[in-house]
Design a protein around this ligand. Structure first.
Ligand code: HAM
Length: 428
């Protein structure tokens, strides 16, 4: 019984409700993001919450923690294996191929606002259902694209007045230089792997670089002296990376080279980056992204370069909170309409309809409460004006409009109420 009650009255572990008191800051951040993305020529895309499991196995990579340990995978009634998206990129790539977007004027620039699902251990800033704001840019291979994508992020954080996020940058090379590096890493780990975790043992042959991502403290000790990928990238990848850093410098974007970034998804090549906060605890990576020039081909499309990022919205909001950043206060209703008696109630209904039709936020009594209770309610709602209508007001077609800011009353004709409020709304 206790368990039943808990299941009926508590959201599943790792999920969270976004309550009306919090929603304004979510909308504010989402709208700012859409605005900045459009300024860079991105258009919004909306995709299904679940995809074929194979898309993530191939796209994200079947040696990643996400695919091996964290996916919400289920069989539907038709026997298909489906998975709640653990991230947005694979789905956008699938859609790009499915809808032949390669034939659109290139590059194709898409942004999204999604929920994502990963079965992870709960922590501050780490959820099982979380939200991402992201972009994907297809068809542009040059370092200019990398710098532009990063500059979009910087502009977005600036627009929210967020300070002090560190931009960490690395290059993880291309499949060719990585093959040589993987061999070096394997040689380095040869006498250590026996003492490492089962996941690392399994990864050593299939994808040695993934071992660098292991969170096990024992394994991390063995990796301290591991060869660094950035020291082993090929000339083309090095030139690309230098161009990216140079362009960032030219735009005035401060960045740090973090040779340890490998990212938790297999599709990346060349540029990878993260924006990290020091304020919000161990889950301080607010945004992660990078280039993925092989992914579209892996998923069945023509070879097409790609680059993108995703911001964790919960972490972004935590960061804003820790920096004391608020959002502009949202106005309460313009007017509260109260009534006493049946005739007055009818008049209020008509007035409320007309006001709302004119685009004025109007709350009216629907509880039949006392005048005192109604005024208390109007005050709690933060209504700008209140008007109580009784039999006298119905007869005279006049009423006393209360300015809730000053407490003053003004007699007005009910015929002019709407015009008056429209004017007040324009000047207030
Ligand atoms: P990611 O690094 O796995 O990359 O996730 C991006 C961001 O999502 C993280 O930096 C973090 O802020 C947030 N995030 C990830 N997992 C959680 C979680 N369990 N709870 C709360 N927030 C979380 C991607 O997802 C790539 N698709 C990004 C990308 C787009 N790369 C290229 N294009």
């Amino acid at each position: 019984m206790g368990e039943w009650r808990r299941m009926l009255t508590q959201a599943p572990k790792g999920t969270h409700d976004i309550l009306p008191d919090e929603i304004d800051k979510w909308i504010f951040v989402e709208q700012k993001f859409a605005q900045i993305c459009r300024r860079f020529g991105y258009r919004e895309i909306r995709l299904p919450v679940f995809e074929h499991t194979e898309l993530f196995q191939r796209g994200v990579g079947d040696t990643t923690d996400i695919v091996q340990k964290e996916m919400y995978t289920f069989e539907d009634k038709g026997g298909r294996s489906l998975t709640l998206r653990p991230e947005g990129t694979a789905g956008v790539v699938r859609s790009y191929i499915e809808h032949g977007m390669a034939s659109l004027p290139q590059p194709t620039k898409l942004f999204y606002n999604i929920t994502a699902y990963r079965y992870e251990k709960m922590q501050k800033g780490r959820f099982r259902e979380f939200h991402q704001l992201g972009v994907e840019l297809f068809g542009a291979a040059d370092a200019s694209a990398d710098a532009e994508v990063i500059s979009l992020l910087v502009l977005f954080f600036d627009s929210l007045k967020i300070k002090n996020l560190t931009l960490n940058l690395n290059s993880i090379g291309c499949p060719e230089c990585r093959a040589a590096y993987n061999q070096k890493l394997k040689d380095f780990l040869a006498d250590k792997i026996g003492n490492m975790c089962e996941t690392c043992k399994e990864r050593i042959d299939r994808n040695p670089m993934r071992i660098l991502d292991c969170k096990d403290e024992g394994c991390r000790q063995h990796l301290k002296e591991a060869p660094v990928l950035l020291d082993h990238i090929c000339d083309d990848c090095r030139v690309h990376f230098e161009k990216v850093t140079q362009k960032l410098q030219e735009i005035g974007i401060h960045h740090e080279i973090d040779r340890g970034i490998v990212r938790g998804l297999d599709y990346y090549n060349r540029t990878v980056f993260e924006f990290v906060s020091r304020n919000i605890g161990s889950q301080g990576t607010v945004c992660g992204g990078g280039r993925y020039d092989g992914l579209i081909e892996t998923c069945g499309g023509a070879p097409t370069p790609g680059i993108g990022f995703a911001i964790g919205v919960e972490r972004l909001l935590l960061e804003m909170e820790s920096q004391g950043i608020g959002i502009p206060a949202q106005p309460g209703p313009v007017i509260y309409l109260g009534s006493i008696g049946e005739k007055a109630e009818k008049l209020c209904e008509r007035l409320a309809w007309e006001l709302r039709s004119e685009g004025i936020t109007c709350i009216k009594d629907i509880m039949g409460r006392s005048v005192k209770a109604q005024m208390k309610y109007a005050d709690k709602l933060g209504a700008r004006y209140a008007l109580i209508i009784g039999d006298n007001e119905v007869e005279s077609n006049k009423a006393s409009l209360k300015d809730m800011k000053t407490g003053e009353f003004k007699d007005i004709s009910l015929d002019t109420l709407i015009d008056r409020l429209v004017k007040i709304r324009e000047t207030d």
